[in-house]
Structures are given as C-alpha cells and as structure tokens.
Design a protein around this ligand. Structure first.
Ligand code: FCB
Length: 476
C-alpha cells in the first residue's frame, strides 16, 4: 500500500480559456488568447476557445460528475476579462457570480476549490497598453486579485497567483508560440519580471485582507540534465535550469534573482533596468504554498550558436514517450521534489498539474479505455509517495486535466482529460482513468496491485509508450 498523509488532496485541474467557452457572454471582455487564437496560423486548424467545453453553461453538471467520480479537490482559473472586461475598474458582477456559483456548487459537493488567478487570459485592453511589458499591468493584477479575494476569500482557502509564469513570459514573448506571440528574448525577461512583481502585489493584497487561507504560485518546473558529462554541457544545463526554474523560484522563495542569471541576461539582453528598487522584496512576500506543474525533464547540450547557449534534446533514445513525443520520466518527479526541498526548504508543495496526451477514441463499447494514462499517473503518484517518504512536504496532487479541452496552440487535437469530451455533442464520457483516479482519491493512495504495477520497468517499447509521435514541433 502507498497510503498518503491524512488530508492529502486528490484533485483535477482546468483553466478558464481552455474549458469555459461563452466568450461574449455576461459582459466578458476580450483576452489575449481570444485574439491570438483568432489570428490565422497561430493554432492548429484555427481552433479557438469560443465554445471549448461549454463549461460556462455546464459547470453544474461538471461539478456533479467530479463528485460522482470521487474527487476531493478542483483547481480552476478565473478569466480576468470576465471580472474586468477592460482590465481595470469595478468588478463585473455577472462575472463574479459565475465563479460564486461554481464555488458554492463545489463546496456543496464536498470538493475543495483551488483558484488560479491567472492562467494566461490577460484582458486584451491591457495588451493594447503593452501587456506584461508594461509595469503598470502588475498593479492592475494586484487590483484584480483584491476583487477576487473580496468576492471569494471566505469560501476559497487555496489560491495561486500565476500558472506557469515561464510559459506566459517566454513562450508568449520569446518563442512566440503562445499569446501575445512575440519573439524577443528581452521581452521575455521583462515580462517575467512584471509577472513576478504582479505575483507579489497579489500576495500582499491577500495579506492586507487578513484572509484565512493559503496563497502561492504554480510554476512549471522542468528538471534539467546534461546530455553528457562534459563541462560545456554541465554549464549549459545550469543556464537552462536558471532560465526555466530558478529565475522564477528564487525571487518568490528567496527574495532575490539568481546571481548567475542576472549576469547571463545582462550579457545577452542588455541592462536589466526594468528591475526597480523594492521589486525583489515585493516579489518575495512570503507564500504559504508552492504549486508544481510537472510533465517531463529537459536534457541539455551546449550549443554556442543558439541565443541561450544550449539546445534541448526532447527525447533521449530509449526513453518511453507519449504520442506527442513527451518523455515519460516519473523518476525525475522524485528528483525534482527533493531538489525543491533541498534548495528552497519546506514550503508546503502541491503537484498542481501532471498528466498526458493520448490518442483517445470512443471504442465499440461506447467507452474510452486509456490504460497508458492510468499507468502514467500511477507511476507519478508512486514517485510522489517516495518523495514524501524522503521527507518532502507534499499536500496534494492534481491531475491535468479533468476533461479534454483547448490545448493552446494545439487546439482540440491533444486530449489530456480524464473525462472524454465529444465536442460535437458536448457529451462527457469518463475514461477508465477517470474512475481509477476516483479510487485513488477514495483510498488516499495506491493499493497493492497499483504499487506492484508502478514498480514494473517501463520500456520504450512498452504499451504505455506512444508508437508514433503526433507532433514534432516543440517550443525549443
Ligand atoms: C500546462 C498548462 C495547461 C495545459 C497543460 C497540458 O503547460 O498549464 O494549461 O496546457 O500544460
């Protein structure tokens, strides 16, 4: 048996733009993702979140399904443009009402809500003024956060300021694959600074309101490994780790930027004059928890011809992968959790996302059998358990995602859900993994059969591994 500590939260996660639809309803303003997705060439098949899973209208049914499946917690995000259509000013009550109704439903069904304030859908009106390149957006975010705390601060006890600030800044402003679609490293660094500053503003607003809950942030963390033991690869790995992990963790948990990255960025993008006095203290306002989104590792090779000095090997030959060519490396989750503890201390941790894409189809029996997803989650849960045994203060685990949804630039082509969504009818069909996840929640861990299965070696040619890569295009 792997029985988790009492009170451990077993949940599922989603985000507003990926599931809600109803983009013109009840006064919602435009977001940068509406604009980005509607711009030809940005998403596969030109898919947008206009309808998505129609969760805005079906939230009651969705909560009932979560409850029936036995889930204990639900992480969702608030669409900022529903609350402040122009990114500033008083709250749109109809927008707040939607989230009030959702939270009330969750609590009625005994499901703990965890709210993310920002999962990438910035009001387009703020983008017109520079978006995250404009320092003022951090102040606007602080005000938006205060409106949400005011509306839900009594009912909701678990808050996250930002989802994956590295993606919002670097994929959005440097790699150009996410909204707002810029391709400039300096813009990536500036936006990351303002996002981190906005995190600090929100945490301070939360403290000022004396709410009795916990607040933190949910970065995506990617454990980095050098391709070879050469000094050049090891040095490149340090920079890659600084770029994706430490640049975001250090300010939040230590109140400073990593010195090596300050020097590195100064060299490659010029003076970091957008960092003002007092910013680091604001960004380092103490948090109560850290969310970790974990999917895979990065294997790094030095490459002096690339802007950052390295190149990422997505797949080390022989490693099992999903159908999208994402390596399945549960043991790296264990490494990562111990690394966080060793470097950042015992802040309570939550896995706020973990999951996989599969080429899910409804079978002749009307069901969706997804043994690979069960296997994937089982192995990651087992790795999390071993980390707890090694002293890591892990408090919950959220599977990404509750249901299939709009997977950003990949549109509806990538199914991450525990629940299958038939987009033509909006029918929800729980996959095998959805029921299995409910059992894990009810048992508070893995039974003996699961533990034995999790311990079997996972080979590159095992059935869990994708036979063919669906996409080769990666962010780096
Ligand atoms: C993460 C995002 C989430 C989803 C998963 C698959 O990077 O936070 O919205 O797209 O990946």
């Amino acid at each position: 048996m792997m029985r988790f500590p009492e009170g451990f939260l077993w949940g599922v996660a989603t985000s507003s733009y990926q599931i809600e639809g109803a983009v013109h309803e009840d006064g919602r303003g435009e977001s940068i993702w509406d604009r980005f997705a509607r711009t030809p060439g940005n998403t596969l098949n030109g898919d947008t979140g206009d309808v998505a899973c129609d969760h805005y209208h079906r939230y009651a049914e969705d909560v009932a399904l979560m409850a029936d499946l036995g889930y204990g917690a639900y992480r969702f995000s608030v669409a900022w443009p529903r609350i402040q259509p122009d990114g500033r000013g008083p709250a749109n009550q109809k927008g707040l009402d939607f989230y009030r109704r959702l939270v009330a439903r969750l609590l009625e069904r005994g499901i703990t809500p965890m709210v993310t304030l920002y999962h990438w859908d910035l009001p387009q009106a703020l983008q017109e003024k520079g978006g995250w390149l404009n320092r003022d957006t951090a102040e606007r975010f602080g005000e938006f956060a205060a409106l949400m705390f005011d509306a839900l601060g009594d009912a909701v006890k678990l808050w996250l300021t930002h989802n994956e600030p590295w993606c919002a800044s670097m994929l959005g402003h440097f790699r150009g694959v996410h909204a707002p679609g810029m391709k400039d490293l300096r813009a990536g660094v500036i936006s990351s600074h303002h996002i981190l500053l906005s995190h600090g503003r929100a945490v301070t607003a939360y403290r000022d309101g004396n709410y009795r809950g916990q607040i933190g942030i949910a970065p995506n963390l990617l454990p980095n490994y050098p391709l070879t033991d050469s000094a050049a690869d090891r040095e490149a790995t340090r920079i890659s780790d600084g770029y994706v992990n430490r640049w975001f963790l250090d300010p939040v948990l230590k109140g400073s930027y990593p010195a090596d990255m300050l020097a590195f960025y100064t060299q490659v993008v010029g003076p970091l004059d957008f960092i003002k006095e007092g910013d680091l203290a604001a960004m380092g306002a103490p948090v109560d928890l850290l969310g970790i989104n974990y999917y895979r590792r990065r294997t790094i090779e030095a490459d002096p011809t690339s802007e950052l000095g390295f190149r990422v090997h997505d797949i080390v030959p022989g490693t099992p992968t999903t159908v999208t060519g994402s390596e399945i490396v549960p043991e790296c989750l264990y490494d990562l959790l111990l690394w966080v503890k060793a470097n950042y201390g015992d802040v309570p941790l939550y896995i706020t996302e973990n999951g996989m894409v599969r080429d899910d189809r409804i079978g002749p029996d009307g069901q969706v059998h997804d043994p690979e997803r069960v296997d994937f989650l089982r192995r990651h849960v087992a790795a999390a358990y071993r980390a707890i045994e090694a002293g890591v203060n892990l408090r919950g685990f959220f599977a990404w995602s509750f249901m299939d949804n709009f997977e950003w630039a990949f549109g509806y082509s990538q199914r991450f859900g525990l629940v299958y969504v038939d987009y033509a009818t909006q029918a929800r069909i729980p996959k095998d993994s959805a029921r299995w996840w409910g059992q894990v929640a009810r048992r508070n861990g893995l039974d003996e059969v699961d533990v034995a299965l999790a311990q079997q070696p996972l080979a590159a040619d095992s059935p869990s591994s994708g036979a063919r890569p669906m996409f080769t295009e990666r962010e780096e």
